[in-house]
Ligand binder design. Structure first.
Ligand code: NAP
Length: 286
């Protein structure tokens, strides 16, 4: 990859700890190059003690945009000038825009999941969603998709983590929300009349690639299944869903669309999604 860095090159980046496996530089630099914009995207290893300095530096150096990954998604909020409603509710920011010195925070995980489903032909309106997990990604997905689906079943090994989210979703969007733990019979029962299943737990992620919370025989052909785990590229759940004849949406799709949403916030231009997809898949195959 050759880049022509000039005196006018705008700098973007991602902060996290650890950071060296982040796919954001691959995705965003591919997008900048495809649109021929004079921008570069770098990964910065930042310890929790360095977050405040980074944001002061962002203003001082005129860094135009940052992605924020673990463990800083919550800590950055205290140092921003403005946080959008979704990020505020989730207590989690993954994208910062430097708007002429004003630092504005957003969360694009939910948007990424929403666009991944929609662009892959999954209609959300009036549907029943079963969502596994209660981590940062699961909460963002639940909050965004609750605005369209008619019913949510939120299942987590530790269901107490979902209580406040379920209450807020119910009050704000007036949707039917059920919260429960993840014993096999609960998952099986929930899936009987479900339209969409999203796995937002770590289960199935490398190195535990033989694991899935969902038995193959519970998956009906008319279910849409998205496993947000993207390492491996095809999880056990995705393989089982494909074998059952279900529509399968890969975790890479969410990864691409959350990156695309960040790109669009920073540049105001439509993201070159196909270029980002090819770059991500090539990198993940390495
Ligand atoms: N595709 C994308 O764009 C994208 C974006 C963000 C994250 N992800 C992936 O999504 C996954 C979750 O990320 P996160 O940031 O939300 O993580 P997180 O905040 O650490 O949450 C992990 C979730 O997985 C559950 N879990 C972990 N091990 C489990 C097990 N053995 N059995 C049952 N449940 C288990 C946890 O349950 P407890 O609450 O009971 O501990 C919790 O709900 C990761 O694999 C991450 O790489 C993908």
């Amino acid at each position: 990859m050759t880049m022509n860095i000039t005196g006018k090159t705008a700098v973007y980046g991602v902060i996290g700890d650890p950071i060296e496996h982040s796919l954001s530089p691959t995705l965003q630099n591919a997008a900048f190059q495809a649109l021929n914009v004079d921008c570069v995207f770098l990964a910065f290893h930042v310890l929790p003690s360095g977050v405040e300095d980074v944001l002061r530096g962002m203003r001082g150096l005129g860094i135009r945009g940052l992605n924020v990954t673990m463990p800083h998604k919550n800590a950055v909020i205290a140092h921003l000038d403005e946080v959008d409603e979704t990020a505020q509710f989730l207590g989690s920011v993954n994208t910062i825009l430097n708007d002429d010195g004003k630092l504005r925070g957003f969360s694009t995980d939910g948007t990424g999941a929403h666009r991944a489903l929609e662009e892959n032909g999954v209609d959300l309106a009036g549907k029943k969603l079963v969502l596994l997990g209660a981590g940062g990604a699961a909460k963002a997905i639940a909050y965004t998709l609750a605005q369209e689906v008619s019913e949510l079943v939120l299942l987590n090994r530790t269901p107490q983590k979902l209580d406040s989210l379920a209450e807020a979703v119910n009050q704000k969007f007036h949707k039917k929300v059920t919260v429960a733990s993840t014993p096999p019979n609960t998952i099986q029962e929930s899936l009987k009349d479900a339209d969409i299943l999203v796995n937002a737990t770590n289960v199935g992620m490398y190195p535990n690639t033989a694991q899935s919370l969902v038995a193959a025989e519970w998956i009906k052909p008319d279910l849409a299944v998205m496993d947000i785990v993207y390492n491996p590229l095809e999880t056990k759940l995705a393989k089982d869903a494909k074998a059952a004849g279900a529509r399968v949406i890969s975790g890479v799709e969410m990864l691409i669309y959350q990156g695309a949403a960040s790109f669009e916030l920073w540049t105001g231009k439509p993201a070159p999604v196909e270029v980002m997809r090819n770059a991500a898949i090539t990198q993940l195959h390495r």
